[in-house]
Every structure is written in C-alpha cells, then in structure tokens.
Design a protein around this ligand. Structure first.
Ligand SMILES: [Zn+2]
Length: 533
C-alpha cells in the first residue's frame, strides 16, 4: 500500500535534502522524499495511491523522548489528582474515581495541601465521597497521608493503636484516629496497597500512549523497572505497543542480563534493550547532587554519593565486557567528573580488546546537569551521549543560581556540549516534567520559561540552540542513543515512516511560540496514530 503526502513543509533532518514538500510511503517505510512533481512521477507506477494534501502544513520526523518513566506516568493517570483549591473539589474527584472503580479496590492519589484548605481533612470527609473503596491520598509535601474509614479499618488503626517510631497517628479530642497519618505511620496503610501487576500496568499504558501521540511522540526511552518491561512486552504481544521503546535495565539486574547474554541494542523496531542504569548522586532541589566544591552558603555540604567511583567502575567494566553500555544518572559536577573518569577507563579497555566486532558501545550521561569547566570537553572526546532534559534548565534555574552560583555557567550547557562534539539526546524525565517535546524545544532554544522569565535573553543565553539543533536532540540524537539511527530520526528514503504534522513552522515562528505548537497528526510506520486535520 502506497500513499503520498503532498503540498507539505517538510523539515527532514536528512542532509541529502533538508527541505522538501512531498513524501511517499509504502508498507510503513519512506519510499521517496522530494517536490510534489518528483513524488508524483516517482509513484506513477502505483495506481492505488492515496494522496493527502497537507495544505502547506509543517512535518517533522517523529519525536523521541530519551528519558522518561512510562509506567510511573501511566499509573499516575489512574491516581486522583488531589491538588485542588478546595476540599470539596478534591472529594468530587474521589467520588468520580470511585464511580469508575470496582468497589473494594484501592483509590490512591497525591497532591492535597492542608495549608491551602485551611485545615486537615478527615476520614469522614473521604467517606462521603467513597465509602465502599479503601482510599489513601498522599499530601503534596509527601510527609502526610489521608485515609478513609475503610482504609483505617483494613489497617487495624483504632483509638488504641500506638504510632510506629518515626511516625504519628493524628487523633481527635475523643482520641479517635482522624484519618491523617504522618511520616512513617503512612506505612501502616501503604503496605496494604497491592503493587500493580504487569497486566495492570499494560492497561494503564494504553491511554498514556494516546497522550504521547497527541504531543508528537513516536518513541521513548524508558527508565522504569522490570514490571514496566513486562507490561511493554504484553502490549507488543497483542500488537498494541504503539510507541518505539528502548528499555533501560536497572543495575540490580546486571548479572541477570549478563547471564542471559543480552547486549545493548538487541530487539526490534518496537522494543529494544538499551543500557544499564546506575544512580551516582542525588538531585539539585534537596542539595544532594555530589559536588567538587560545597553548595553556596553551605560550607559543609558536598551533596551525597549514591554509588562511588569504584563501584561504578565494577559495574561498567563488567557490562561493557559483555556488550552492555551504561546510562548513568549524574547531576553534580563531582558525580559527572567521576563518571567521565570511569568512561575514560572503560573506553581504554574497549580499545584494548579491539572491541569484538560489535558497534562501539553508546554510553550515556543522564542529565549532565553540572560540569566543572575542566570536564566540558570530555563527553565529546569519549563519545558519550549527553542525555539532557531542556525543561529542567528553566524549571531549575533559580535553584541553580542559589545553590551553585557562578558554577551555573556549566549547568544544562547543551551548546557547550554540542560544540565539544557530544551527541545530544533530549527528553523530559516525565512524569517529573511534562513530556511535551515542544516545551523542551522551546526551553532549549530560548532558555526561558513559558511566562518569559528570566527575560528576553534567557538564562545563560550563550547556551541557546537553534531550532534545528534542538529538534535533532529529539530525533537523530535520541535515535542514535537508542541504536535506531538507521531506522528512524529523519525523513529519509528507506527509514520507517514516523512523522508528526504540526500547526506552525517552528523553524520560522517567534521562538516564544514554539511552546504553543499543536500537533495535528502523528504517524508511526505509515499509520496515523493520531489525526486531527
Ligand atoms: Zn528519570
């Protein structure tokens, strides 16, 4: 089956022909790219051709998010979004969820704030909305949980129950539990909530995939655990996996992966094995990222080390020797420095073995949030991929100014990395941030938030990218990081027909308008997964 897209504005990212107006698709692959006349002539021998006139609309290659947590995101869609201006609004959401949920099944959620509601809510409040379901909603602070009477009963929490160490059970003037559990007392209820099975996660992923298509995503690199992998395989078995997924492996399973003989890149166009994931340090927000010099204003705080350099080396040398590449979370400049030292050693070992006929391992640095000036050039030199989340820069810029001060010149420094020869692979870390790739492209190009702050130039404006460079991070760069650059990432003859139709030309519109881009169509392997034009 062949069809033609004509009268379009194609940004192909193919150096052979970066711009074109027409594209022919046959059997899920791109047959040809060119002018309308060229494409018509090229396909005149295929009489059953459908022709779609795009009316000048802009088309990009399908967009790929290089770092997200798809099971976490998908299950989050099922939870009650409890961050509401009033208690009643939250209860209305709980009641709606109860209506759509089998009686007796747990209802969970997150986000309420007693400061916004002027008082702590109670179990009796929740009972009005959902008497027949156990309900437990975590506060936005993460330090308190709110249970209904059924959940309290199932947990055996009564007036007599003593709080566990490190926790408290809030009680009213009669000494009865109110439904509010603090800190470690939350575990009394949370341990009763059954973990989701892979089949349940797979079900939750179906609406999640639709949301992804709606913002133009055709592929993702997932960082969740083995149940997520099971869920993805179930969807694939049923022919329902509608995103191309590269699945990272947690380091806890390194020995199993080695034992099984898995290599990075194994799989097919829908589901592939990626790299081995390790955490080196914490994060900027809680000031736990591992630092060479202490945090500004905290002379004793160098952050925390989750995995030290020696342990990382042990993982990496073992993985690399067996054809598994690494993907390592590193936020602070010390974590990144140690990571690059380990990669330098590993690259030496790889070249020493003349590496075994396979392709070079595509080691990655996740986040590359802060580099010391002496390390700026090293990702490029070591051919390590910089997996960065542009939206983090604008979300975190005030914290970076506050805790890292002048060191922020090396923070979220994608221009520096690109100039030094590193491949950029962009993503969102969803659900930490929205996975809308146009928000990411906007952040990469403007270094400004949606509200325009911190001003017209943006935060460290010398780090701004061109639109084309930013789009590359979501296409060719991400495809490379996922061992798929020969299959996707550009609109080139022979590649899979993954593309997105958008309502404006982001290459020419005002940069602040990129974030408002509306996706009109998302095609994967020649099939419209989403079409609204
Ligand atoms: Zn993550």
């Amino acid at each position: 089956m062949t069809f033609l897209l004509l009268n379009a504005n194609l940004h192909t990212l193919d150096p052979q022909r970066p711009h074109a107006t027409a594209l022919a698709v046959r059997d899920g692959k791109i047959l040809a790219v060119g002018t309308d006349d060229e494409i018509r002539a090229h396909t005149s021998t295929h009489p059953h051709t459908e022709t779609i006139d795009l009316g000048g609309k802009t088309i990009l290659p399908g967009l790929i998010d290089s770092h997200l947590h798809f099971a976490w995101y998908a299950l989050g869609l099922q939870a009650v979004e409890a961050e509401t201006p009033t208690l009643e609004a939250c209860l209305a959401r709980v009641a709606a969820k109860a209506k759509a949920t089998l009686a007796g099944s747990w209802i969970t959620g997150y986000g309420w704030n007693q400061n916004v509601w002027a008082a702590f809510p109670s179990a009796a409040d929740l009972d009005r909305a959902a008497p027949a379901h156990p309900v437990f909603l975590r506060a936005k602070s993460g330090h308190a949980g709110w249970a209904n009477s059924l959940a309290l009963k199932m947990a055996g929490i009564t007036a007599e129950t003593r709080p566990p160490p490190g926790g408290d059970i809030q009680k009213d003037s009669q000494g009865e539990p109110t439904g509010i559990l603090l800190e470690d007392a939350m575990d009394l209820v949370e341990r009763l909530i059954p973990d989701k099975t892979p089949a349940e996660i797979a079900e939750a992923m179906r609406p999640a995939m639709e949301n992804a298509w709606r913002v133009g995503l055709t592929g993702i690199h997932d960082f969740d655990g083995r149940k997520c992998f099971g869920a993805l395989q179930m969807l694939k078995e049923r022919g329902q996996l509608g995103l191309r997924v590269v699945k990272q492996i947690r380091v806890a399973y390194l020995d199993y992966a080695v034992g099984l003989g898995l290599r990075s890149g194994f799989g097919d166009d829908w589901l592939r094995v990626g790299n081995v994931k390790v955490f080196l340090d914490g994060a900027l927000g809680p000031q736990t990222a591992s630092m060479i010099e202490p945090y500004d204003g905290q002379p004793d705080n160098y952050g925390i080390v989750v995995t030290d350099k020696e342990a990382l080396y042990e993982y990496a040398t073992k993985a690399a020797a067996h054809g598994l590449a690494m993907t390592v979370h590193a936020i602070g400049d010390k974590a990144n420095h140690d990571l690059l030292d380990v990669y330098e050693t590993i690259r030496g070992e790889e070249s020493g073995r003349g590496d075994s006929g396979g392709r070079p391992l595509r080691h990655r640095c996740e986040h590359v949030q802060l580099l010391h000036a002496q390390d700026y050039h090293r990702l490029g030199q070591l051919k390590a991929t910089a997996s960065m989340q542009p939206i983090h820069a604008t979300s975190d810029m005030l914290m970076s100014d506050r805790y890292w001060g002048k060191r922020g010149a090396g923070a979220y420094a994608w221009r520096t990395q690109l100039n030094a020869g590193a491949v950029l692979a962009f993503g969102s870390d969803a659900p930490v941030e929205s996975f809308n790739p146009f928000w990411g492209i906007h952040a990469a190009v403007t270094r400004r938030r949606a509200d325009g702050s911190p001003g017209p130039e943006g935060w460290y404006p010398e780090q701004r990218l061109t639109v084309d460079e930013a789009v590359r991070g979501y296409t060719l760069g991400a495809a490379y990081a996922g061992y798929m650059e020969g299959r996707v990432g550009s609109l080139s003859p022979g590649k899979l027909a993954d593309l997105v139709v958008i309502d404006r030309d982001i290459y020419t519109c005002a940069p602040m308008e990129i974030k408002d881009t509306v996706v009109l169509g998302t095609m994967i392997e020649g099939e419209w997964k989403y079409r609204a034009f």
